[in-house]
Each structure stands twice: as structure tokens, then as C-alpha cells.
Design a protein around this ligand. Structure first.
Ligand SMILES: NC(=O)c1ccc[n+]([C@@H]2O[C@H](COP(=O)([O-])OP(=O)(O)OC[C@H]3O[C@@H](n4cnc5c(N)ncnc54)[C@H](O)[C@@H]3O)[C@@H](O)[C@H]2O)c1
Length: 326
């Protein structure tokens, strides 16, 4: 070690070897939302650069005093990547020591991005979906389609059937096969967005984020008593469908406002509450079995940092990773 110390580097494969469960991720993500409700966290809206159409590279910093974690995720999403045989999302995350500010860990951020986004959907579903939810509709059967199912199965104990839709038949086929084997639930491929929405108790949209969306989901497709979580902004839901919700929630109002300034979300309803307010009991989540509820989850750096801390501690304890001099 030199006088400036070391950083621990963790590759994606090394993070996989830590075998952190979805339950552990859900727990830390929920705790992060509770901390947010106390207004003691710093999680400024993510600035970004956009080298290609509908592509982004975002900086996502956060600090949470109670968890003693600070850092930044530098994450990109390039929609043309799958055509090159590359994943849509790539990036790195840096953790800093909260006393000295020194970087202590650099890690791949794709595992975190997949798991914490699914975990945030599951935390939202705990408070906003009906407890007896049985059917799950997923639109976009990629990384998020997988991790959102994994997370929802963890918290929604009555899930029996998944209705899966993807524009790419090969991706859809792989998803149905893999998820059926992995989770032991019925996974039914459907051939239209409508069939993945109608009569589903929980619906997640995880297609591409489009600056000029051409949404297709109609208000009438969505079931009374349903819970919807949009991960792809307003790309899939028609404004009238979003306005038909009894409660329209989000993970962060400031971030939603920021994106509106960037000309996303041109026509959305007023926000009922942030997830952190509902989770902490400051305001009500679901109040009856007929409410139509949506959460617009933009993705927060506090979710990343909470999960990164979990990874870092486990890696240190088990000696995983490579120490690099600063
Ligand atoms: N809100 C958040 O916190 C958050 C976090 C991570 C990713 N995301 C977003 O989630 C989305 C999915 O990310 P991913 O990593 O799973 O990508 P991915 O490339 O792994 O999967 C996307 C899937 O969607 C399919 N698809 C494309 N257009 C579609 C359409 N119109 N209808 C149905 N399916 C369609 C593709 O064929 C692919 O299978 C992206 O928009 C990404 O930006 C959001």
C-alpha cells in the first residue's frame, strides 16, 4: 500500500460470487427509502451526457449518513448495444470514505442496477399492490424483466402467472424458458402489449426510454385494483392511462421535476406521494382493493449506494476483489 492507500476493485464476476440474495437487496433498498423520508440523505437529480440518440451516461451521486455511505454511479444506457451483442447498460460505481472522502472501492455497476431496480419495484409493491396479487404482466423481457420478476416473487407470495411481452421474439422465448425453470411459476408469452396488461394485478414496463414516446397502453386495459410500475418513464403509458390512476407515485419528486425540465414527462398527473413518504408511514399507500396505483420509478442513487455498501462489506469480509494503489 502506498501513502494514499488502496481501492478495492470488484468486477461483475466477483460480485456474482458474493451470492447476495434479493431479500438482502430489498431490505437495504427499503431502509434507504426510510432514510430518505427523514430528509437526511443527499441524492441530487442525475446529470447526464447523451452521445447517441436516446442514449445516456448519467452521474448518480448519493450520501446517506446513517448507513455511512457516499459515492457515485456512472452508468450508461445505449439502445443500439444489443445489436452489437452488448448489454444496454454498463458502468462503474465508486464508493468514498465518509470521513476522508477518499475513494475506497470501484465496482462494476450492472449487477447493482439490475437488482436494486427490481428491489425498488418490490418495495413499492409491498405498499401499493394488493396482497392477493396473482398475475404479473411484464413488457420488456431483458435484464429488468428478469430482476423485477425475481424481486416481486420475493415479496408477493401469491404470484402464480406471468404474462410476458417483448418486441423481440427470441428475447421473449429465452425469458419464458429461463424464468419458468428458475422460479417455478407459469410464464405465458403473449403477442401484444394489451395482453400483458389486461387482467394483470401487477404490471411492469421495462422497454426503452424514449424522449419522444409513442405510448400504447390505454386506461381501459388496466385492471381496477392493479399496481403498475414504469421503469421506462412515460414511454409505454398513454397520458390518459396515467391520469386514470387513483394514486400516481414516484421515487423522487425532485428528479421527476428535473426530467420535466429536460423535456421528458410532458403530460403526467400530479404526484400523490413519494415512495419514501408511504414506506415511512407519513402518508397512506393502498387503502382499498379497488384503487388503481402507479409508481413512476426513475431510479435513485441511494438505492445504488445502499446495495454497494452491502457488496463492499461482504467482499472485504470474504477477501474478494483486487486491491489497486491510488
Ligand atoms: N427506472 C430505473 O430505475 C431503471 C433502472 C435500470 C434500467 N431502467 C430502464 O429499464 C429499461 C430496460 O432496461 P434493461 O437493462 O432491462 O434493457 P434490456 O436491453 O436488457 O431489455 C430490454 C428489452 O425490451 C425489449 N423491448 C424493446 N422495445 C420494446 C417494446 N416496445 N415493448 C416490449 N419490449 C421491448 C427488448 O427486446 C429487450 O428484450 C430501459 O429503458 C432502462 O433505461 C430503468
Amino acid at each position: 500500500m502506498n501513502s494514499l492507500g488502496n481501492v478495492l476493485y470488484l468486477s461483475r464476476a466477483e460480485i456474482d460470487t458474493l451470492k447476495i440474495s434479493m431479500t438482502e437487496v430489498i431490505n437495504v433498498v427499503e431502509e434507504a427509502f426510510r432514510e430518505k423520508s427523514k430528509e437526511k440523505v443527499e441524492t441530487p437529480p442525475k446529470p447526464g451526457v447523451h452521445p447517441q440518440k436516446d442514449a445516456f451516461i448519467h452521474a448518480m451521486p448519493a450520501y446517506m449518513p446513517k448507513m455511512r455511505v457516499a459515492g457515485v454511479k456512472w452508468v450508461s444506457g445505449f439502445p443500439e448495444n444489443p445489436k452489437r451483442g452488448l448489454p444496454y447498460i454498463s458502468g462503474l460505481l465508486i464508493l468514498n470514505d465518509v470521513e476522508t472522502g477518499f475513494p475506497i472501492c470501484v465496482m462494476d455497476c450492472t449487477w447493482i442496477t439490475a437488482k436494486r431496480t427490481g428491489a425498488a419495484t418490490a418495495v413499492a409493491a409491498k405498499y401499493l399492490a394488493r396482497e392477493d396479487s396473482k398475475t404479473f404482466g411484464i413488457l420488456g423481457c431483458g435484464v429488468q424483466g428478469r430482476s423485477n420478476l425475481e424481486a416481486l416473487i420475493t415479496v408477493c407470495k401469491n404470484l402464480e402467472e406471468v404474462r410476458a411481452y417483448d418486441v423481440n421474439a427470441e428475447n421473449l422465448g429465452r425469458y419464458v424458458e429461463e424464468m419458468t425453470i428458475r422460479h417455478g411459476v407459469r410464464v405465458v408469452p403473449v403477442n401484444s402489449p394489451k395482453k400483458a396488461v389486461e387482467n394483470c394485478d401487477i404490471v411492469v414496463t421495462a422497454g426503452p426510454i424514449l424522449k419522444n414516446p409513442k405510448p400504447v397502453i390505454e386506461a381501459s386495459w388496466f385492471k381496477d385494483g392493479g399496481f403498475a410500475c414504469a421503469l421506462d418513464f412515460d414511454s409505454y403509458w398513454k397520458p390518459e392511462a396515467m391520469y386514470s390512476m387513483d394514486k400516481f407515485c414516484t421515487d423522487d419528486i425532485e428528479q421527476l421535476k428535473y426530467y420535466r425540465q429536460q423535456e421528458y414527462f410532458r403530460d403526467i398527473p400530479e404526484v400523490y406521494a413519494e415512495l419514501s413518504e408511504i414506506i415511512s408511514g407519513k402518508t397512506h399507500g393502498r387503502e382499498n382493493s379497488r384503487e388503481r396505483i402507479m409508481s413512476m420509478n426513475l431510479g435513485l442513487a441511494i438505492e445504488d449506494m445502499a446495495t454497494a455498501k452491502l457488496i463492499y462489506e461482504k467482499a472485504k469480509k470474504t477477501g474478494v476483489g483486487t486491491k489497486l494503489p491510488l
